[in-house]
Design a protein around this ligand. Structure first.
Ligand code: ADP
Ligand code: MG
Length: 687
């Protein structure tokens, strides 16, 4: 079996299963092997029945005392077991598995494992896994992988497919030279793939992850270094001396810019007139007011007769920027002639936009990255601003540079990264930091609660809506099929329950990343226009959305998210003069979870939060949380793997000095994979 074979080459995978895999973006055996576990599961210590607590996963060792089959109104069959150990009795339920009556005879002994549920006063095990004593003993030390799933695809199926693939694949030779493996203390490729899926213990898993993260960062750094102009200073072909209109707008704004906003603007304006092209990043926490800085910079560019471009990671954000520039242009009679360029436009609309950009009729292009890069020919592009996406910054210089001369580059990000890492990722980029929020803001009030406070939180949402405000609720999942683990909230079911619980005149809608772009756009516009009161969403809402009337951000299963991501999410509220609130709902009550979430209450500083999150992460937390959308790698994490990133930088530099064309024998493996697309350096497909 080859890596490039379709997953259908696996035994047991037919057309139907292949379609399910496609939903997870898995087409080939290679994709499957790169579908890394989200976490590992292991059996808990056995609990006594009298010590069970609701909503916690537990294993009990108990004898069956009674087994009663019945039929529900829906037609489903139900098997109700009564089981006991020396300390008490609980009820075990199985739906639609009538044959289990044969298995669970009174008097027999099993280990049952499930999340404990409470119904009234009674504790229940629903659909638990049941093991005989022998089965349980065999499993009790093992770790097994937990994968991201989709409806119809079980964890067991994915696991067995991956096992099969690992057994049958013709594995490529190790491509990293021995001296790198040795110096960086890395395990081999084959071992890494095996152990990331099926580790004996957490240490093995960590070593496997380290090797794969290394490859990912190594290829990333290598590609970045190949970019033209990575750390070269290029001459400034677009000097911008005029500033009258820009100054006028500064005076006319309804608010004073904050000190760091002014300082940043100053730094940008100096760059624009310097002998060299600007290459600058603005780091500013969510809500610090980066957009107006972008607007003023683009205004200066346009005032001097050049074209500018503003790129956003999503269509929703691009449209929001477009609306903002449009309103400002009308209100202040600005010389912008903007056009929008996004993927969902028709071919005719795009063609018209291209025409206007080429002729110079349009002097500002606002759109999504991919689209602006594609086929656009500019008349005189002098400034490119990228919003909310780090990783794109490194490529745009070259790809847009090819379209003409090198424009000034400004990257805006809310993800704080230390300067030492920024240099590795972006070359000699200058840094401006906006480290102060506008003064008209009241600090957000944060609370961390458990699921038992959900009803009260919903009442609170209702109260805010009655005051005329809007709210977000974030759930980690799209629909109920994505996970076997039913404890994770999903936007579809959740918004249905919320609608049932709140008065019917409260307008509730949901939004998630799998919806058609046009529908997403429509819903976001309705939320902007206050035609929706509560938006239940996945983290697609995370970046950049600005609806100042929204005052509540409620996050379900908050423990599933990285603190950096939660911090980004809460940045969606507290953007206007009203008091805002964040409610983080933890579905686990262990001390570690609560301690982690508590950091959000201690600080509003994104940098501090990212660092504290890192400190709290233990060896078991390999990939348990979703980090923020910016700067995401498949496995690597720039904070956690800062050390690896630095080694990669040094190695790549050395390689480029000693053997730039990769001609040495020991670099042949590297050369072939860097050319052909790596097995595991996902970046070749994603940057
Ligand atoms: P971000 O930095 O997260 O992109 P935005 O640029 O979207 O933040 O700004 C958030 C909100 O703050 C917007 O509604 C914007 O109009 C407002 N704003 C920006 N600068 C100031 C300021 N100096 N004083 C008051 N409000 C401001
Ligand atoms: Mg923004």
């Amino acid at each position: 079996m080859q890596l490039t074979d379709s997953v259908k080459a696996l035994k047991g995978v037919g057309d139907k299963t292949a379609v399910l895999f496609q939903k997870l973006n898995i087409f080939t055996v290679r994709d499957l092997l790169q579908h890394f576990p989200r976490e590992y599961d292991r059996l808990e210590e056995v609990s006594t029945i009298d010590s069970l607590k609701p909503d916690q996963q537990a294993v009990i060792a108990a004898s069956v005392t009674a087994a009663k089959p019945s039929r529900l109104k829906s037609g489903k069959t139900l098997l109700t077991l009564s089981v006991r150990d020396g300390t008490g009795q609980v009820t075990v339920l199985y739906f639609n598995q009538p044959y289990l009556l044969q298995k669970f005879r009174p008097g027999m002994f099993f280990y049952f494992r499930a999340i404990v549920r409470q119904r009234g006063k009674q504790l229940l095990f629903e659909q638990p896994a049941a093991y005989t004593r022998e089965e349980f003993m065999a499993l009790s030390d093992a770790l097994w992988p937990v994968y991201g799933l989709t409806k119809g695809l079980t964890n067991r199926m994915v696991t067995s497919c991956i096992r099969q693939a690992l057994d049958q694949i013709v594995f490529p030779d190790e491509y990293l030279p021995a001296y790198i493996l040795q110096r960086e203390d890395l395990i081999g490729l084959r071992e890494a793939y095996h152990n990331i899926h099926f580790p004996q213990n957490l240490k093995e898993a960590a070593l496997a992850r380290r090797r794969l993260a290394f490859d990912e960062l190594f290829s990333f750094v290598y590609m970045v270094r190949l970019q033209k102009g990575f750390s070269e200073q290029l001459p400034n072909l677009y000097s911008m001396p005029k500033e009258t209109i820009t100054r006028q707008l500064l005076q006319a704004l309804p608010y004073q810019l904050t000190k760091p906003q002014l300082r940043t603007l100053q730094e940008i304006f100096i760059d624009l007139e310097s002998p060299y092209v600007m290459n600058r990043m603005i780091q500013g926490d969510v809500g610090s007011g980066k957009t107006v800085v972008a607007l003023l910079s683009l205004l200066k560019c346009v005032e001097n007769g050049f074209q500018g471009a503003l790129m956003a990671p999503t269509e929703v954000l691009a449209e929001q920027h477009m609306a903002y520039f449009f309103d400002m242009t009308a209100a202040h009679n600005l010389p912008f002639r903007p056009v929008l360029l996004v993927g969902s436009m028709t071919a005719a609309q795009k063609k018209e936009a291209y025409k206007q950009i080429k002729s110079g009729e349009a002097n500002l292009v606002i759109g999504t990255h991919a689209v602006i890069q594609e086929k656009v020919v500019f008349k005189n592009l002098a400034l490119v601003i990228t919003d909310e996406q780090h990783r794109f910054g490194v490529r745009q210089r070259e790809s847009l540079g090819q379209k003409g001369e090198y424009p000034h580059v400004l990257v805006m990000s809310a993800t704080p990264i230390p300067r030492s890492l920024a240099i590795i990722l972006y070359g000699d980029m200058n840094l401006s930091v906006i480290d102060e929020l506008p003064s008209n803001r009241l600090p957000r009030l944060n609370c961390v609660v458990t699921a038992s406070k959900r009803a009260a939180s919903w009442r609170f949402l209702e109260k805010e809506v009655l005051k005329g405000h809007q709210a977000y609720v974030i759930c980690p999942m799209v629909d109920s099929g994505e996970m076997e683990d039913s404890s994770l909230e999903n936007v579809v079911d959740y918004s249905a329950s919320l609608k049932e619980a709140l008065p019917s005149d409260i307008r509730i809608e949901y939004l998630h990343g799998r919806m058609r772009p046009a529908l997403k756009k429509q819903i976001m516009e309705a939320f902007h226009a206050h035609e929706i009161d509560i938006l239940v969403s996945t983290t697609v809402i995370e970046v950049g959305i600005n609806v100042p009337n929204a005052t509540v951000m409620m996050v379900e299963n908050a423990e599933r998210f990285g603190l950096a991501a939660l911090h980004q999410l809460r940045g969606r509220v507290g953007r206007g003069p009203d008091q805002s609130y964040c409610i983080f709902v933890a579905s686990r009550e262990d001390e570690k979870t609560l301690k982690r979430l508590d950091i959000l209450k201690q600080s509003n500083d994104g940098f501090f939060i990212a660092e504290e999150d890192l400190k709290l992460r233990g060896p078991g937390d390999l990939f348990g949380v979703q980090q923020s959308g910016d700067l995401n790698f498949e496995l690597a994490d720039i904070y956690q793997d800062a050390g690896i990133l630095k080694s990669c930088s040094a190695l790549v530099k050395e390689l480029m000095e000693t053997d730039p064309d990769l001609q040495l024998k020991e670099h042949q493996g590297l050369k072939s994979v860097l050319k052909s697309g790596l097995l595991n350096c996902l970046d070749f497909r994603t940057i």
